[in-house]
Design a protein around this ligand. Sequence first.
Ligand SMILES: NC(=O)c1ccc[n+]([C@@H]2O[C@H](COP(=O)([O-])OP(=O)(O)OC[C@H]3O[C@@H](n4cnc5c(N)ncnc54)[C@H](O)[C@@H]3O)[C@@H](O)[C@H]2O)c1
Ligand SMILES: C[N+](C)(C)CC=O
Length: 506
Amino acid sequence: MDQRFDVTERFADGAQYIAGRLREGGSEGTHAVVDPATGEQVFSYRLAGTADVDAAVAAAETAFPEWAGATPGERSDAMHRFAAALTERADDLAHAESLQCGKPIKLSAEFDVPGSIDNTAFFAGAARHLEGKAAGEYSGDHTSYIRREPIGVIGSIAPWNYPLQMAAWKVLPAIAAGNTIVLKPAELTPLTSLMFAQAATEAGLPDGVVNVVSGTGREAGERLVSHPGVAMTSFTGSTAVGKRVAELATATVKRIHLELGGKAPFVVFDDADLAAAAHGAIAGALINTGQDCTAATRAYVQRPLYDAFVAAVADLMATVRLGDPFDPHTDLGPLISHAQRDRVAGFVERARGYATVVTGGEAPGGDLAKGAYYRPTLITGAPQDSEVVQSEIFGPVLVVLPFDSDDEGIALANDTPYGLAASAWSRDVYRTGRASREIRAGCVWINDHIPIISEMPHGGVRASGFGKDMSAYSFEEYTQVKHVMSDNTAVVRKDWHRTVFGDRQT
Ligand SMILES: NC(=O)c1ccc[n+]([C@@H]2O[C@H](COP(=O)([O-])OP(=O)(O)OC[C@H]3O[C@@H](n4cnc5c(N)ncnc54)[C@H](O)[C@@H]3O)[C@@H](O)[C@H]2O)c1
Ligand SMILES: C[N+](C)(C)CC=O
């Protein structure tokens, strides 16, 4: 463990952040945050029990009227201060993110943290842009107008792969719109969500606007989704858990937003820039050790480029530097846990029975043996209906398959239950245009794979869920539209009353 960041001291009061202060969880259980690069425990905390969730929801309910009643400009000012507070803490945030996830520090410092700060600044601006239809006399006798209102207390649940970014994506549009929130990060990775909430308080957001409960899905998560005081559930995680969350949220008629798993295709047409595509495949497949919902997982390469693409990707994979996440030269850190490493290895071992493991397919030895590391892995020859092509592996594994016609490439890209992201590689604008129209996904990149930006939405279709994170679309997810219709005629018996009462005099 890196000694520059004393987690135990920082979270000595506990890992629940309720009404503007840290406190111990009330569950019987404890949970250890483990540095996956070493297997050593970083921090142990008492998990949130259902009473902690209830207390957090109560704090959010108490804070709601004042926060919802603040002007958009006041909320915006507070969120600009929030962005500044995060900027001051950028190094600590990057450090904590790498410590709890095993992410290379260059990824935390150059992607996760600045991206989250930029999101905060974006939603500070979005707070002042409430969209609606024009007010007007649509019936002739009445003036109609739209109010865009906050929903209430939001209960959000996040995964472990990008804990800070996920906290930002859940919290920021919600509070910009005037809601208050209870966030449950994954139990493996609570640290940066807690620091994010602390920064909100330090920036002057009222106590109870942002609360964090650190607990398990079964106990804290299910209570949060079922809680009668929570008006909306927003969830990011696996499709399997998302289905359970949807069931629970539906039982209490909550609005739901589900960001679920992915199995992104990477379609390379025969006129593509081969070197660019091979580099893009490495970056897209290996970012965050492949633990990325939008990671390139299935490369479909048109036959004339297929052999050269496989060779180029295998060569590049051999140059990827696995190592200490805190070494600025490290490209690939460990997986989140030894259990996740073993899960990934299980997919690869089973694939040996029906496909070819071209490179990788093993954990490294030597100094890295105690961490949850796994070598970048390239698989060919897997049938389209096989497990490695159809299931989300969530590790540094890329499967490459050939295709012949453009029709076939697009059909194969669409042939999994998921629809989160995809990319198409070609120099021909008609081919990439067709791919962007016909591939069923929430995002299609052209000649790139992975970049995201605060102004544009992220979210899936089909088994990848529904709803949007980031952008003005996400802001709208966290507001509800109310129609106000005001009579202007001031007569007792209006024309339309005859539709109900007829012409009789009463
Ligand atoms: N679509 C996206 O934007 C996006 C982004 C990041 C990750 N993901 C997905 O997340 C998954 C990896 O993350 P994970 O392993 O943490 O996912 P997960 O579904 O196991 O857990 C996600 C969260 O749900 C909680 N949870 C578990 N069981 C629950 C229950 N019964 N009720 C309520 N909450 C429960 C967990 O504690 C965690 O906080 C992958 O499938 C990945 O694709 C999707
Ligand atoms: C958050 N994002 C889009 C970078 C990756 C999702 O796992």
